[in-house]
Design a protein around this ligand. Sequence first.
Ligand code: NAD
Length: 504
Amino acid sequence: MKEILEKFGLTGELYGGFDGEWFGNGDILESYSPIDGSLIGRIRQADGDDYERIVKSAEKAFEVWRSVPAPKRGLLIRALGDKLREHKDDLGALVSLEMGKIIAEGKGEVQEMIDICDFAVGLSRQLYGLTMKSEREEHLMMEQWHPLGIVGTISAFNFPVAVWSWNIALSVVCGNSNIWKPSSKTPLTAIACTKLAEEVCREMDVDPAILSLLVGRGRDVGEKMLLDRRIRLISATGSCSMGYRVGRIVGERLGKTILELGGNNAIIVTPDADMEMALRAILFGAIGTTGQRCTSTRRIIVHKSIKQTLVDRLISAYKQVRIGDPLDPNTIMGPMVDTGAVDDMMNAIKLINEQGGKILYGGDHLDNPGGCYVTPCIAEAKNEMQIVQEETFAPILYIIEYEDFDEALRLHNDVRQGLSSSIFTNNFLEAHKFLSEAGSDCGIANVNIGTSGAEIGGAFGGEKETGGGRESGSDSWKIYMRRQTNTLNFAKELILAQGIKFGE
Ligand code: NAD
C-alpha cells in the first residue's frame, strides 16, 4: 500500500486545491482504504477563498488556451495519454486501494482514460462546423465551434479517474479550462491524476490551471460551482438526487449541464438466449465493481420457462466468486466503498423481505477488517416493488419473471431510470424489437452483450432520471463548445433575409 502511495508522492499532509500551485485552507479530509479500513491519506481541502482563487486562475488560463490551435491542444492530450500509459499499473492499483474495485478493473479504468485521450487527439483535428447555402446572393453561411470557457466536472466515487478523463480529454481539445471536484471518497486518485496532468502541462509549457483541482465538500465548494455563472458547463456524475439539485440550480442561471446519474439496468433473457453467454454477462454486470457501476445489472427479466435453470446456474456461479483483497489478482469481487454503502445494502435486503421478495442467495455482511465485504445477493422480486424501483448501489440482482415478450419490454421500461439495457436472444425479431422505438427506452441498448463495459467511441449516458447527458464518443464534444452561426456578405449591397424591403 505504502509503495503505491509513495509512487505518486501521496504521503504526509496533502493539499486539495490546485491552480498551478498546490494549496488549501479548509478542513482536513481523511481517506480510508476499504480493503482494511486503514487511513491512507490526509488532505487539507479547499475552502471558499481557495475556490475563488481557483476560478480566477482558470479564467486567466482560458484566455490563453482558447487561442491555441485545436490540433496543438490535441498534442497536450496525446502527452497525457502517454503519461497514463506509463503509469497505468500504478494508477490502476491506486484506484483499487482507495475505491476497492479489483485490480483488473482498476487497470481497465485507466485504459479507458488512455482510450479517450486517443479519441480526443483525433477529434482535435475534427471540430467540424457545417456550411449552408444562403437564400441571399453573394452571401456565405457557416457555423463555427468555439471554446466555451470554464468547465466544471463533478465526479462520483465509483469511476474515480475515468469520469474526469472522459470530460477533460474532450474539453481540453475544445479549448476550455477545467475545474475538477472529485468525490470526497476518492481524493487521492484525483490528486494523483492532477499531478500527472501538471507534469504534462509543465513539460509542454502550458498553464496547468487549465486542469485545476478542487477537493472540498459537495455542499460547500460544490454548491459554489453550481451557482457560479463563470462556470459555463457543469458535468455532474452521481446519484439522481444530486442530479435533481444540480439541474435545478444550474438551470436557474441558464447554465449548461451534462447530467450522468443513476441507472436501474436490466437484461431480458428470452427462451432463445445463449444461456452460457447470458450467464457470463450477468455475472460481470451484477458483481463487477461489487455492483457499484452506474451500468451494473440490477434486474434480470427472464422467461418463465427458463427461470429456474438460470437461477440455479447463477447461484452455483455466485458460490464460486472469490471475495477479498482487490489487489490480489485472483479476487473476483472486492469490498464495497465504505461501511455506509454496506449499511445501504443491508437495509435494502431488509426491505426486499418486507416488500414480498425472497432472498435466493447471499446478501450477508462478512466479518473482515474494515467491514466493507459482503456476499453478492440474488433475490426473487416483482418489478413494482419500491426497492426494485430504486437504484441500490450494491451487488443485489433481482430476478423478475415474464410470460410474453411485450410484457418483458413493459417491465423493462417500467422504472424511472434509463441508462443501460440488454437482451440475450438469438431471435432476430426480438432483438430488433428491443432496439426499435417500441423497445428499450435507455440511452444504451445492447444485444447479446451485458449492460456494463461500454466502449468510449459511443456517446455514453441515459434517459429519464439518468439525466439525459452524453459524454465520451460520437458527437458528445459539441456540448463542450459554443456554436456560432456566421453570415458573411460579399455583395456590394445590404440584402435582408425573407425578402424584406425596409424603408425603400
Ligand atoms: P453522489 O451523488 O453521492 O456524489 C457524486 C458527486 O456529487 C460527488 O463529487 C459529490 O461530492 C457531489 N455532490 C453531492 N452533492 C452536491 C451538491 N449539492 N453540489 C455539488 N456537488 C455535489 O454519488 P456517488 O455515491 O459518488 O456515486 C454513485 C452514483 O453515481 C450512482 O447513482 C451511480 O449510478 C452514479 N453514476 C452515474 C454514472 C453515469 O455515467 N450515469 C457514472 C458513474 C456513477
